[in-house]
Design a protein around this ligand. Structure first.
Ligand code: TXA
Ligand code: MG
Length: 323
């Protein structure tokens, strides 16, 4: 496995990535949300390799990454609401689930044979790579299925090792949480997955309240939406007020848990109480807590506003009973 630094030679990184993708290979690449494990979305064999490398138990639909709205239009239909959301938030951490155009070249394995496709336009290197490659990239998070998503190239290397031949290192992901997924419908807009773009920001643009996952039409059962997901090795308890000996404590805004003096480590997601900073630190902090815990990981309450909704979503899944 090779790690190429984007900062050192961006053009070389892009050329190398394009070559690997056109040969049907996989690359791990940074996006503003998390690192993705990417393949040419039109190449069924390459997409199948994604599922194999991640050890995903089933073929679930993947997000297709586009360079801009013009490219997305080649594959999906935009209604007025979709236009407005794309206009407001692309490039950025918003994924739209839209009707697939008949005959669109995306491989059915990418869309899991559905008649809709999840599309998003990432920022930065990923976007420029897609523009050069001129085909959409299917990319789930670059981690073994069920594990915590990777927010640095080092996390990807530690998790996937030689199962991926090329890792592009763009430093720590700026947002640190997967994109927010919404689906415009006849009735309004469904929130399929809270994520790196706060629901309130989307609501301000679309003018309607997003239907939350419990209220929305039951979407397909997908790994990020399984109750137990993002699971660290140690058991994890949320909304904790107390800590026991050997616990790894994850706190927020300096909140003190009683008994924390006997904890194996105390990590603060954001000492200043900034939820965006907490989101960016979440997955790395969970990994560090997991390494340090000899008992449980206990997490202080996190406010449920802004990106707190997505942070609590991921923590609830990490805390859910394992199957
Ligand atoms: O931030 C992100 O979104 C990251 C980075 C790499 O871009 N990608 C990511 O992809 O999280 P992935 O494959 O792990 O998430 C795909 C999720 C599925 O679990 C499912 O919930 C939803 O997207 N999805 C995809 N296609 C869908 C569809 N046609 N209908 C409903 N949900 C869909
Ligand atoms: Mg994932």
């Amino acid at each position: 496995m090779a790690i190429l630094s984007i900062a050192q030679n961006e053009d070389r990184a892009r050329r190398h990535a394009c070559r690997t993708l056109s040969e049907g290979g996989l690359i791990a690449l940074p996006t503003e949300t998390v690192y993705g494990l990417a393949a040419d979305a039109t190449d069924g064999r390459a997409v199948a390799r994604i599922f194999e490398v991640k050890g995903r138990p089933r073929f679930n639909p993947l997000i297709c990454h586009m360079s801009d709205i013009a490219m997305a239009r080649r594959y999906v239909e935009f209604n007025a609401m979709a236009e407005r959301l794309a206009e407001a938030f692309w490039p950025g951490p918003l994924t739209l689930v839209l009707p697939l155009k008949p005959g669109a070249a995306v491989h059915p394995l990418t869309s899991a044979g559905l008649d809709t496709l999840a599309v998003r336009v990432p920022t930065g290197f990923a976007r420029s790579l897609i523009a050069r490659f001129d085909k959409p990239l299917a990319a789930p998070s670059a981690n073994t299925s069920g594990r915590i998503s990777s927010t640095t190239a080092q996390h990807v290397a530690a998790d996937l090792g030689d199962r991926v031949s090329l890792i592009l290192d763009g430093g720590p992901a700026a947002i640190g949480l997967e994109s927010t997924i919404v689906k415009p419908t006849d009735r309004g807009v469904d929130l399929l997955r809270p994520g790196g773009l706060a629901a309130a920001e989307i609501e301000a643009v679309c003018g309607v309240r997003l239907a939350r996952p419990q209220e929305a039409a039951p979407a397909i059962e997908a790994p990020g939406m399984l109750r137990s997901h993002y699971a660290p090795g140690a058991a994890l308890r949320i909304n904790a007020q107390t800590a026991a000996a050997g616990d790894a404590v994850i706190t927020f805004a300096g909140a003190a848990l009683s008994g924390a003096e006997n904890a194996s480590i105390v990590l603060d997601l954001s000492p200043s109480g900034d939820l965006n900073e907490a989101a960016a630190n979440l997955f790395d902090t969970m990994k560090r807590a997991d390494e340090a815990a000899t008992n449980e990981i206990v997490v202080a309450p996190i406010p449920n506003e802004g990106l707190g909704e997505a942070i609590n979503d991921r923590l609830q899944r990490a805390a859910a009973p394992r199957s």
